[in-house]
Design a protein around this ligand. Sequence first.
Ligand SMILES: *[C@@H]1O[C@H](CO)[C@@H](O)[C@H](O)[C@H]1NC(C)=O
Ligand SMILES: *[C@@H]1O[C@H](CO)[C@@H](O)[C@H](O)[C@H]1NC(C)=O
Ligand SMILES: *[C@@H]1O[C@H](CO)[C@@H](O)[C@H](O)[C@H]1NC(C)=O
Ligand SMILES: *[C@@H]1O[C@H](CO)[C@@H](O)[C@H](O)[C@H]1NC(C)=O
Ligand SMILES: *[C@@H]1O[C@H](CO)[C@@H](O)[C@H](O)[C@H]1NC(C)=O
Ligand SMILES: *[C@@H]1O[C@H](CO)[C@@H](O)[C@H](O)[C@H]1NC(C)=O
Ligand SMILES: *[C@@H]1O[C@H](CO)[C@@H](O)[C@H](O)[C@H]1NC(C)=O
Ligand SMILES: *[C@@H]1O[C@H](CO)[C@@H](O)[C@H](O)[C@H]1NC(C)=O
Ligand SMILES: *[C@@H]1O[C@H](CO)[C@@H](O)[C@H](O)[C@H]1NC(C)=O
Ligand SMILES: *[C@@H]1O[C@H](CO)[C@@H](O)[C@H](O)[C@H]1NC(C)=O
Ligand SMILES: *[C@@H]1O[C@H](CO)[C@@H](O)[C@H](O)[C@H]1NC(C)=O
Length: 811
Amino acid sequence: MRFLTPFLSELGLLGLAVVVTAKQLDYSQYVNPFIGSEGPFPGQGYGGGDIFVGGARPFGVAKVGIDTTAANWSMAVLNGGWTPDGNVTAITMMHESGTGGAPKYGIIPQMPLTSISPPVNVLDNLTYNQPRVGQDTASVGYFKTQLQSGVEIELSSSRHAGIIQYGFPEGEKHVLVDVSHYLPGSPSDPNGQFYVGGEIQIHDSGKSYSGYGTYIGGWNNGAPYTIYFYGEFDTEPDTAQVFRGPNTDPMRGYQGLANGEPSFPVYGNLSDKATSGPMNDRVGATFSWSSDAESTITSRVGISFISVEKAQAYIESEIPSWTLNDTVEAAIKEWNEDVFSGIQVPIDDTANLTNVRLLYSSLYFIHLMPSDRTGENPLWESDEPSWDDFYTFWDIFRCTVSFYHIFQPTYYESMIRGLIDIWRHQGFLPDGRSGNWNGLVQGGSDADNVLADAYVKGLRGSVNWTDGYAAMKTNAEVTPYNTYDPTDFSASTKEGRGALVDWLELGYVSQDRSTRCISRTVEYSLNDFAVSQVAAGEMPSEQEKYLRRSAGWQKIWNPEVESLNFTGFLAPRFSNGEFNNSGYDPLYCYGCEWDSYTYEGVPWEYSFVIPHDMETLIDLMGGPETFEARLDLMFKPNTSVQQLGPNGAGISTLMNIGNEPDFATPYLYNYINKQYKSVLRSRELGYQYFKDAPYGVPGNSDAGAMNTWLLWQMLGIYPLVTTNVYLISSPWFPDLNMTINGDKNLRIIAHGLESGYFVQSVKINGKVWERNWFEHADLMVDGGVIEFELGDEMVQWEKGDVPPSPGHLEL
Ligand SMILES: *[C@@H]1O[C@H](CO)[C@@H](O)[C@H](O)[C@H]1NC(C)=O
Ligand SMILES: *[C@@H]1O[C@H](CO)[C@@H](O)[C@H](O)[C@H]1NC(C)=O
Ligand SMILES: *[C@@H]1O[C@H](CO)[C@@H](O)[C@H](O)[C@H]1NC(C)=O
Ligand SMILES: *[C@@H]1O[C@H](CO)[C@@H](O)[C@H](O)[C@H]1NC(C)=O
Ligand SMILES: *[C@@H]1O[C@H](CO)[C@@H](O)[C@H](O)[C@H]1NC(C)=O
Ligand SMILES: *[C@@H]1O[C@H](CO)[C@@H](O)[C@H](O)[C@H]1NC(C)=O
Ligand SMILES: *[C@@H]1O[C@H](CO)[C@@H](O)[C@H](O)[C@H]1NC(C)=O
Ligand SMILES: *[C@@H]1O[C@H](CO)[C@@H](O)[C@H](O)[C@H]1NC(C)=O
Ligand SMILES: *[C@@H]1O[C@H](CO)[C@@H](O)[C@H](O)[C@H]1NC(C)=O
Ligand SMILES: *[C@@H]1O[C@H](CO)[C@@H](O)[C@H](O)[C@H]1NC(C)=O
Ligand SMILES: *[C@@H]1O[C@H](CO)[C@@H](O)[C@H](O)[C@H]1NC(C)=O
């Protein structure tokens, strides 16, 4: 069966179509937008990918989709808005995808209702939220759901606007716009977000409305930010009225009306405008159509961080048509041109369509975040691009940004410039950033790794690297103010390196003065290696200093710690230089939380995460043979004893592919020239945990970090971030072309794939390749061909040097 469908809308635009030839495949048909929508319990989101499901564009600002309720707060994952089992509270304009912790966004809503009279209280979503009937439908740029009330919702999105089509059954027809709507955190979560004020004004008898809302908090403890909106209907309503009512949300520190039940709206009978804030009433409006007949009402909504005028202008420029399908088609076209067509694999009778779907679905999820907010920065004037929703670098530095580097060079240069501009105007690079606010920092200042990765691979363009290096030095030298975040009172969680005092004085993060002493020592070491990588070009006199600091992890290597018959582990160390040897067991992290030794992983795992100096690590572990045995144990079932909750994905090996620190671990056999074992381990993980199914990623997708791990696995290479090296593994497709570096072609050929996936030999650009790694310039600058001979035999095909340890230094 063949799936060749030409683009309809392309015909009008052939003037530009040099690359896009007469027929382009519609790759969007292979995207399953529900991968990651459920966890291990079918029909529930808990433990799943926390993904956004709805209308979106690559790196767009608007992500239009439904928000839902939580059946049980202790298992709630409202982060992407959509859940398999929740009831619909609204369709909103902004979402994150793949995040954990307390939600952010779920703002600028509409909700179709078939009654607004008691018992419905428009200020109490529990009185009007709607169960769904049947299965939701989603495809690239399109979403459809059917409410129990009989209303059918279909929607699509442009970069800053959305179009929503309501199919109302016979009877009453209303649309509620509750400006005070947002995705709530669980009542016990100190990082929940809240509404603090807003305005709504009705125009043209209700045919359109405009205003703004201001929101605060969310997982990154963000400061208030304001977003403007403009909405309009294709059919003029018969009644439109604004309302306001006391805000009874239980907002930490700022209770408006303590312990209040939801209030009731007061409709303003003369005014067409309701304004509130900061810190008072909820405001909103209802729009009602009096015709009883079944009918369709369509709405377009634009959003902007700058003004109502801009929000309105986005509708005009991005969604000029009232026909939903026009926007759906434009979305499909944009995704195909900007993203999917960049990778081509054979799609014929012999193709494994599951793998084809995993490929294009991964590409989709990798491009939902961050958000390109160029022209939408309310905080400062700048000619630099503006980006938000880095959520977070702790997740995406490990392999996602390296993918952007080769696959989206234009976007990526823009991101790097935007990052540096944040430092220029706000003092620090972000580790996480959302709602125009830095936070949270889970480990190191991982934007350093991102900048270094871009730098060593030659990204220059319009990036001001003098400032880029200065921004990294701020992370390396300036202790950020303590933010007294309830999740960790000891130091800033907002930006920079909270434990820098320890790091500068001791060269490691101590157990007694700081939290997360082991995992932060590991991350600060790589961060300083990153600084040294950029110093090499920008400030050579400082390279050595940061290289020395990058060996800090060796200071907490305790050769006396024994676990499962191996000795020598990263271990907690006091500021007085002594190790705490009493009762320490690297199989446990004692919570794996903000105040534990290690964050979201146990010391056994972190003890493998030294990508810049594997040579020293292997020595400290006792040499290649012991290293191999120890690495083998990482993959032995029923070895893990630490309960990791939703971060554990039910995985019983110490190796936890559901969490980012272990991303490179299955590939580490390359460092002892046993690449076949890297292939075995990584392939098994890929097959076992990544599926074309709702429970298709092992835990939160983390802004596409999980999906990028799978994508590199399918390409048969893995990048070593902060260096210009890629490890060779084994590809999943017999032939693959990928557009890299703008207009170059990387071709990955796998002969003999049908007989097995172990590498027998490799050629790069026609030459026999005897090492299990290559450098960026070998293939990623001008493109080229990497040709694999695969088979079912595990052979030690490589003879050359093991991958380099560019940060090698023994303390
Ligand atoms: C959804 O609403 C139905 C009917 O009102 C209710 O029985 C159910 O518990 C609700 N589910 C959730 C997840 O809120
Ligand atoms: C909510 O989920 C928790 C954790 O799974 C469970 O212990 C509890 O029984 C659930 N509560 C209800 C009311 O189902
Ligand atoms: C819905 O109502 C409940 C109960 O008042 C509240 O906890 C929640 O924050 C409200 N909003 C949404 C969008 O779920
Ligand atoms: C609105 O109407 C109610 C009665 O329906 C009246 O009591 C109130 O004074 C009116 N408010 C304004 C602002 O006119
Ligand atoms: C919308 O477009 C799809 C194809 O993209 C087509 O199948 C469908 O019939 C169209 N619907 C309408 C109402 O035109
Ligand atoms: C990759 O490109 C080469 C050279 O243009 C071509 O021969 C080959 O068919 C392409 N493979 C795929 C899967 O598109
Ligand atoms: C396609 O690949 C998947 C792995 O993603 C594998 O499980 C499946 O067996 C393959 N299907 C066929 C028909 O070979
Ligand atoms: C980099 O930016 C700084 C100001 O932040 C400026 O002084 C310097 O000239 C810029 N360098 C280049 C090469 O543009
Ligand atoms: C450790 O070594 C002892 C003695 O050789 C052996 O009995 C035990 O099974 C080993 N433990 C593990 C986890 O391999
Ligand atoms: C040493 O570590 C053990 C195990 O984590 C812990 O129980 C103990 O409190 C620590 N000792 C000190 C002095 O912190
Ligand atoms: C792991 O433990 C489970 C449950 O105890 C058991 O069913 C399974 O056989 C064990 N697997 C191995 C490889 O030991």
